[in-house]
Ligand binder design. Structure first.
Ligand code: 9WN
Length: 439
């Protein structure tokens, strides 16, 4: 009898490829977003990575989040980068000797070690921790995972809801374009315009050693990023003492805070409490999000500029992410799902969600957060479509995600009109969220 060799199914091949990326990018305690471009641990990357890693090893996924939390500051903030001391300083800019967390950050409670950045990223961690727990509750309970991480995650949210309520309206503000995680989105062009960039001779961009200049933020963007970070550092990263030149209420950031508050409620219930306080907070935050950031006419959420005052008249993918808030009024959820399917955000070539309005004046299909489609935001929108019962639309987005993630070699982002990969390849959250959608 002739042996018939079975061909692996496309899903199996994709799963294997994604798992390989995560294994290769694991450092022993955490996962780097990319071996070349980002050789340290990033905050919201680790949360997305843990969501995928849980399908390979629940224990490793727990460690991913635990290692991030060991770098938490005494004021509750989770820094956006935790530096790997084994990497040379010039592997990434801004490096530890720029942020100087262990000295400049001491007044705000930065740890003596490890070295970290001084800013934050979107709070998707409690949501990730709850999903990681659910992957293997027995192993989680055995290791006391939730009991250990919950107080730290609660302190993180407290920081955001107190020190970062810069607008006084009950939402958390970001103080640097790296904080919403969508660095050069056209949404930040207006707020950044008045800023004087830092002297270009005062630093060297390591990102251009590994990335194409046309895919990355411009030198002018970097000058402003450095200016803002330097000014924040000069205050000892003290939010109360700082007169921020950039302060924005971002829809994605606050939507993830709401989803994570609900996750904290679920954790509290699992650990024998009521979770009522977190549920209440989630509801209040949802009300504030709608009151302050919803734009009925545009059919999406806008970012609010706290310095100049007023909603920012740009359509960014950040404004679609609140779809994942379960308690959103039904009419708003419906409008958002329509906007995702509409001409501003349904990319004709790929079916993915671009980072910025396809017909917007600043749309650029190549350059980072100014048009390319990213896989973490597609995953978030996909979750939102499911939560609100738009299953056919969610299925379609899932298919597009898996096709383009595989075809691009797990690219950091892709041209939304052609699917051509841009930025880094073998990018960890693209691989991790592929595993999650295949599970
Ligand atoms: C600055 C790591 C990070 C992501 C961000 C993405 C990019 C950094 C950079 O890479 O930002 O934090 O150097 O451009 O914009 O979302 O977390 O993957």
């Amino acid at each position: 009898m002739t042996a018939v060799l079975e061909r692996p199914s496309p899903a199996r091949t994709l799963r294997r490829g994604a798992a390989r990326v995560l294994l290769d990018n694991w450092t022993g305690t955490a996962t780097v977003p990319s071996r070349t471009l980002y050789p340290h641990q990033w905050s919201w990357d680790s949360a997305f990575i843990a969501i995928g890693l849980r399908h390979l090893s629940a224990r490793r996924a727990q460690r991913e989040l635990e290692s991030l939390l060991t770098a938490q500051w005494a004021d509750g903030r989770i820094p956006h980068i935790v530096f790997n001391p084994a990497q040379p300083y010039d592997a990434y800019f801004p490096s530890p000797d720029f942020w100087r967390s262990s000295t400049a950050g001491r007044p705000s409670g930065a740890p003596a070690a490890p070295e970290t950045s001084g800013i934050v990223q979107p709070p998707v961690h409690a949501l990730a921790a709850w999903l990681v727990h659910q992957a293997d509750p027995a192993e989680s309970d055995r290791r006391g995972f939730l009991a250990r991480v919950r107080p730290r995650l609660a302190a993180w949210h407290d920081y955001l809801l107190t020190r970062r309520d810069l607008g006084g309206g009950g939402l958390a503000a970001v103080v640097h374009p790296w904080e919403p995680g969508m660095d050069n989105s056209p949404c930040w062009d207006g707020p950044l315009r008045p800023l004087t960039p830092a002297d270009p001779d005062s630093y060297r961009r390591a990102d251009l050693d590994h990335g194409q200049a046309a895919d990355r933020p411009t030198d002018l963007d970097y000058g402003r990023y450095v200016r803002l970070a330097t000014d924040y550092r000069a205050t000892g990263y003290d939010d109360r003492a700082t007169d921020h030149a950039f302060a924005v209420e971002d829809p994605c950031f606050n939507a993830l805070l709401i989803a994570s508050e609900r996750a904290l409620a679920a954790m509290a219930r699992h650990l024998g409490g009521s979770g009522a306080e977190h549920e209440k907070r989630a509801q209040t935050l949802t009300d504030r999000l709608v009151e302050r950031l919803w734009d009925e006419e545009a059919g999406l959420f806008r970012a609010l500029d706290l310095v100049a005052g007023g909603l920012i008249e740009e359509r960014g993918v950040t404004g679609l992410v609140p779809l994942l808030v379960p308690g959103l009024p039904a009419g708003i959820a419906r409008r958002l799902a329509d906007t995702v399917a509409g001409p501003h955000f349904r990319a004709p070539g790929t079916g993915l969600v671009p980072s910025y309005d396809l017909s917007g004046h600043a749309f650029d299909p190549q350059r980072y957060w100014r048009g390319p489609a990213w896989f973490n935001t597609a995953w978030l929108v996909h979750q939102g479509l499911r939560i609100h019962g738009h299953h056919a639309q969610a299925d379609e987005l899932r298919r597009s995600f898996l096709a383009e993630a595989g075809r691009s070699g797990f690219a950091e982002y892709v041209d939304p009109t052609t699917g051509a990969g841009r930025g880094a390849r073998n990018f960890s959250w693209t691989a991790a969220l592929t595993l999650d959608l295949l599970a």
